[in-house]
Each structure stands twice: as structure tokens, then as C-alpha cells.
Design a protein around this ligand. Sequence first.
Ligand SMILES: Cc1cc2nc3c(=O)[nH]c(=O)nc-3n(C[C@H](O)[C@H](O)[C@H](O)COP(=O)(O)OP(=O)(O)OC[C@H]3O[C@@H](n4cnc5c(N)ncnc54)[C@H](O)[C@@H]3O)c2cc1C
Length: 410
Amino acid sequence: MGTGTDEAIVIVGASLAGAKAAEALREAGHDGPVLLLGKEHERPYERPPLSKGYLLGSTEREKIYVHPPQWYADHDVTLRLGTTVTAVDPAAHTVTLADDGRIGYRKLLLTTGSSPRKLPVPGADLPGVHYLRRVGDSERLKEALRPGARIVVIGAGWIGLETAAAARAAGAEVTVLESAGLPLLRVLGREVAEVFAGLHRDHGVDLRFGVQVEALTGGPGAVTGVRLGDGATVAADAVIVGIGITPNTALAEAAGLETDNGVRTDQWLRTSDPDIHAAGDVANAFHPLFGKHIRVEHWANALNQPQTAARAMLGQDAAYDRVPYFFSDQYDLGMEYTGYVEPEGYDRVVFRGDVPGREFIAFWLSGGKVLAGMNVNVWDVTDPIRELVRSGRPVDPAALADPARPLTEL
Ligand SMILES: Cc1cc2nc3c(=O)[nH]c(=O)nc-3n(C[C@H](O)[C@H](O)[C@H](O)COP(=O)(O)OP(=O)(O)OC[C@H]3O[C@@H](n4cnc5c(N)ncnc54)[C@H](O)[C@@H]3O)c2cc1C
């Protein structure tokens, strides 16, 4: 039925991680069959523009794709879109497709990514309620972001805040509802979360913290409001839900692979089955620098982990130990974050630069060591920040705070 062979390397999930894995296999010298299987009907594309330039209308559709259409044939990569893998049989070394076809593999890579968490309240599937993961979601949302439209965003995480910024740019009225006391509180902690609260308030967003969403209200035609725990209703022409994601582990679980907040892998991105690897949002990988498993739901991880997975599948020695990195753009604020901090896992934040002017670097420290740094409207500093994080050496906070002291000399 399928086109796989005993020699094929099969990749399940044709997004950034899957496409980069196919590329890395060819770069590493693999000349056997490579099959890239994806549920979506679009060839692999990048998601960050879906809440930024593509949603705003400043990034063209052609710019979002990982590779040009011809790339797959040019590199002898069999790309099968609209193809859902329904089962993996590790003993038989096969995957089963939704149409019951079977494909044999020598090595299998799971790059099944993640899915938006659903809002568990009545009315959550009314028309006009938006989740944002796929390019079609972004296009539907763009239609809803009209001047004067009342947009309610549930969840003040990265997706919620970026879409709030896009909605304001489109001239919509925006209310953000968040159960925690500040935006991004778990990721950034109070000190830096306050910067993002100020940013959105300054751009006219109605931010409401400590609120519970009880139900979405409306008729069969569309959502018209969000009912809160205190009985009040916020009127809405459209609702955006951004309350986090869950890794797509169902295939791995059913196949008996070890899972725990993602598919557990070692530092070579190998799962509990030696012929199955995992990379990208779905992988909860052992990280040698931190001495523990971490799952990173960001673009750079999906871009870079596949190189390690590809080389490891080919028997080449490669461990993944990159320092996590991500970025965001909201209004005129651009930021990059380098490092890793568990929620409440720091004891001090040191700022360097102009915090009220939103041109600064924030450093999260524990025991005098830099765990992470975030540059806000300051550029070309990720290399020294990464080195500070990687070195694990104690740094003088006064020197860290002093813009006159080059980061490379701390
Ligand atoms: C709107 C948006 C904005 C973002 N912005 C940023 C940002 O600014 N900075 C940043 O660092 N990160 C950002 N991210 C996160 C980043 O896009 C993800 O980390 C990245 O997409 C992960 O890539 P992936 O290939 O691991 O998984 P995914 O992109 O989730 O892709 C997984 C693919 O596998 C397919 N699949 C799943 N199961 C099966 C199956 N059984 N059979 C076949 N196919 C299957 C899915 O349909 C999907 O196409 C953003 C994400 C979104 C949604």
C-alpha cells in the first residue's frame, strides 16, 4: 500500500520540525528514501507570522513557507500532505494511515507538534470563537479584526498578546481576560510581566486580571459575549482563545512509547524505542546543560532539534544542548529571550537600560548566576547572553546592570 521500504526514514508531521528534518537528513548524507507525512493540506510553513506579519497583512503568504514547492522533488523528499498517521507499530516498523495504508520504516521521526488547548466552558465552539494554530485560522481571524469590532482575547500569553496587538493595529477595541494577576506571569515573573501589562495598556487594551470565564454567550449564529465568574458579561463580536497548547502525543502513547508532558527522549532525541526519534514542540528532551528533561514550544527549537535527530537517526553522534531561544513582536516592541527559567525559579531580576522607554535587557538570576536574558528593542546581544547562561558562572549584578560594561567582559 505505502511507498515506504525497509530503508525509508519516515517523518510524521510536516511542519517546521518535519521539513527541517528532511533537509537535515539530506545534508547529513542520507541518500535513501525520505517520506514526510502531514495532516495539513499546506506544504510545511512557519507559524510565527500567523499572529504577526501575516495577520497584520504585512507578510505575504509565499513568505511563510519553510521551502519553495520545488524543493521537495529537488531533494527527493516524498511529501504527502492531507495524510494522517493513525498508528505506529514499533515491532513491525510500520505506520498506518487514515486510509488504512501502511508504510514501512527503518527509522521514524515524530514531529507531530502541539494543538491549542480548548476552553472548557459552554459556548466555546460558537461561530466567532477563534483558535490560532494553522494558516486558515489566521486568515479567518484577520477577517474578524475590523475597525471598531469588539474583540475579546482569553489568555494573556504570547498568542493572546500578539493577537491583541494585531487587533489594535486593525482598529478593533480589545479586552484581554486573564485568570492570573499579570500577563505572561508564569513565563516572565512579576517584574517583566509588568512591562507587558504597561505596553498593552498604553496601546488602549482593556486588560482584566484575576478573572474567570464561565461561558461564552450568543445564539446559533455567533458569539456575542463572554460571561465572567462575577456574573458580568463582556460584549464580543469575536473571541480569541489563547490558553496554551498540549503536545500531540496520542500516536506515541498508543504505540507504547514513554510520554510525560510530550514524548520523552534522551539528548540524542531518541524515544524509549531506539528506532523512533522525536523533535520540536512534541519532544520532552533531556537537556545536558540543565540536567533534566525540558519541552520547548518555540520556533528555534523546532528549527534546530531536527538536525540532531537526523544525525542521530543516521548513527552520527549528535546531542541537543542548545540554550532555548524565542522571540515576540508586539506593536513597536521586539524582544528575544535566551535561556530557561522554571516558573518562580529565579531569585532576582536585573535590568540594564531604559525600562520605562522599553529599551532594555532583563536578566533572571539564581544564586548570582544568569539563567536567562531578554533583550527588548536592543539587538545583537543574544550571543553574549547565551554565553552568560551557558557558562553558569556568577556575575556581579552591578556590572550586569551597567550599560557601559560590555556583556562579553562580564
Ligand atoms: C500563531 C503562532 C505564533 C507563534 N509565534 C512564535 C514566535 O513568535 N516565536 C517562537 O519562538 N515560537 C512561536 N510559535 C511557536 C512555533 O510556531 C512552534 O514552536 C513550532 O511551530 C513547532 O513546530 P513543530 O514542527 O514542532 O510542530 P507544529 O508546528 O505543531 O507542526 C506539527 C505538524 O504535525 C501534524 N500532525 C500532527 N499529528 C499528525 C498525524 N498523526 N499525522 C500527520 N500529521 C500530523 C500537524 O497537523 C502539524 O502540521 C508560534 C506558534 C503559533 C501557533
